[in-house]
Design a protein around this ligand. Structure first.
Ligand SMILES: O=C(O)CCC(=O)C(=O)O
Ligand SMILES: [Fe+2]
Length: 258
């Protein structure tokens, strides 16, 4: 079959990304199906399982201290019925790093180049496991220029604990501090859900109101990455070349901020 070139997206964009990113500007969120394949999903799950089995976990009460510190370094938080989350997962295993690098040079990378510029930065990289019944995360906004990506590591339905976002809410006033009554369950009727099969991704603007549903009857797992442009990267979290000696040049370029 001869395809009409005029109808084809720009060459650098993977066809899987279209037409979802067309809606991103309008809705502030979109899906990208099949971003990871099954072997890549296995790599991320194994790296997380190995970390959980071999390293200690911190209580969520220590999270603020971690978020305010300037050094990049793996740390897992659990307890308090919240999702078990491994922050700063880049550097935990060479295979996991290679998978994240593949994401940066694949269709999502093309998308981020377009949205944030070629020197886009990784702001957070986390793997999270939400156990059945785990607590919800209230609706909130992230940094104004941030783009969050939830990559499903297990098949996820809309009744499970998953990210939700209100399309168009990036044009509303930001939710500066998370308000107690802004439960995701109240907004279910107007939300988009990060749902799909393992490997699918859900992309959302930091300015789009979003949260995470309470856990259902099955656990959910995601790799959650967030990105900013070089100029929007908050300077309080400095990553230097010496903090990332084992990383590839491509990952260093996305991480190093000085
Ligand atoms: O865990 C999620 O689904 C969303 C996480 C999130 O929005 C955040 O950490 O700011
Ligand atoms: Fe968020």
């Amino acid at each position: 079959m001869v395809e009409d070139k005029k109808l084809m997206p720009r060459r650098s964009f993977d066809r899987r990304v279209f037409p979802s990113i067309e809606y991103f500007a309008q809705d502030g969120c979109c899906r990208i199906p099949s971003l990871l394949d099954s072997s890549q999903i296995h790599v991320v799950n194994s790296a997380f399982d190995q970390y959980l089995a071999s390293e200690s976990h911190a209580d969520w009460s220590r999270y603020r201290e971690f978020a305010e510190q300037s050094n990049w370094g793996a740390r897992c938080f659990s307890g308090d019925s919240r999702a078990t989350t491994l922050y700063d997962c880049i550097g935990v295993s060479a295979e996991l790093d290679a998978t994240i690098e593949a994401i940066l040079v694949g269709p999502l990378g093309d998308f981020l180049n377009r949205e944030l510029g070629k020197k886009f930065k990784i702001w957070f990289a986390q793997v999270r496991n939400a156990a059945p019944g785990s607590a919800s995360l209230r609706m909130h906004c992230d940094l104004p220029g941030e783009i969050g990506v939830n990559i499903l590591l297990a098949d996820t339905g809309r009744n499970a604990s998953t990210t939700v976002a209100i399309p168009g809410s990036q044009r509303w006033p930001p939710v500066v501090n998370t308000l107690r009554f802004l439960k995701p369950s109240l907004f279910g009727w107007c939300c988009r859900y990060a749902e799909g099969i393992a490997g699918d991704a859900f992309v959302f603007k930091g300015s789009c109101w979003h949260g995470r549903r309470r856990g259902g009857s099955v656990a959910t797992r995601s790799l959650i990455l967030s990105f900013t442009s070089e100029s929007d990267h908050p300077k309080e979290r400095i990553v230097s070349r010496k903090d990332t000696p084992r990383l590839s040049e491509r990952l260093k370029q996305a991480m190093v901020t000085e």
